[in-house]
Design a protein around this ligand. Structure first.
Ligand SMILES: CC(C)(COP(=O)(O)OP(=O)(O)OC[C@H]1O[C@@H](n2cnc3c(N)ncnc32)[C@H](O)[C@@H]1OP(=O)(O)O)[C@@H](O)C(=O)NCCC(=O)NCCS
Length: 148
């Protein structure tokens, strides 16, 4: 694996992000949603690039002094190499520098890889949102991370 570069998402990345989105999620976001996110000054998106190719991305919204993680996805052939961890650590650093005190997210209750990833980086489960997801219908686990 070549060097992993973590950097802010740019308009030219959107086609590659859409490919990741379609591979990783049963209900992928539209191209227009990502274009809107790039115009949204409260949205922060980071990508992981290897040899010029986007292999992963992660997004969050700033809401007053909290951060809401919107999405994280890594192409299957690049998983278990610490790439999501690099993205999450970058987001934590951005929050620390922006005086954001707490971070939160929802995740499918069956998504063990993602739940483990978040726990590894200091998130803990606080409750569930029943039937939050479709395709298939499933509860969401609500997780929070408090800045030390
Ligand atoms: C969840 C996901 C983002 C993890 O990405 P990744 O780059 O493979 O994660 P990392 O290599 O940084 O792993 C960090 C930790 O996550 C956990 N983890 C990752 N993959 C796992 C798996 N298959 N099973 C169990 N735990 C796993 C482990 O705790 C791991 O730490 P460890 O290596 O010390 O055991 C990736 O599997 C993915 O894109 N899944 C599909 C999209 C998705 O479900 N996104 C989350 C939506 S909320």
């Amino acid at each position: 694996m070549g060097e992993v570069i973590i950097r802010g998402m740019l308009p030219k990345d959107i086609d590659q992000i859409m490919n990741i989105e379609r591979i990783c999620f049963s209900l992928p976001w539209s191209k227009a949603s990502f274009e809107n996110e790039l115009r949204n000054e409260l949205a922060y998106y980071q990508v992981a690039e290897i040899s010029g190719n986007i292999v992963a991305y992660m997004g969050m919204w700033r809401i007053i002094d909290e951060c809401h993680i919107t999405n994280v996805a890594v192409l299957p052939e690049y998983r278990n190499k610490g790439i999501a961890s690099m993205l999450i650590e970058k987001m934590i650093e951005i929050c620390r520098c922006s005086e954001i005190s707490d971070m939160t997210l929802e995740v499918r209750v069956s998504n063990e890889p993602a739940i483990n990833l978040y726990k590894k980086h200091g998130f803990f489960a606080v409750g569930k949102r029943p039937r939050y997801y479709f395709k298939p219908v499933e509860d969401a686990l609500i997780m929070w991370r408090k800045m030390p």
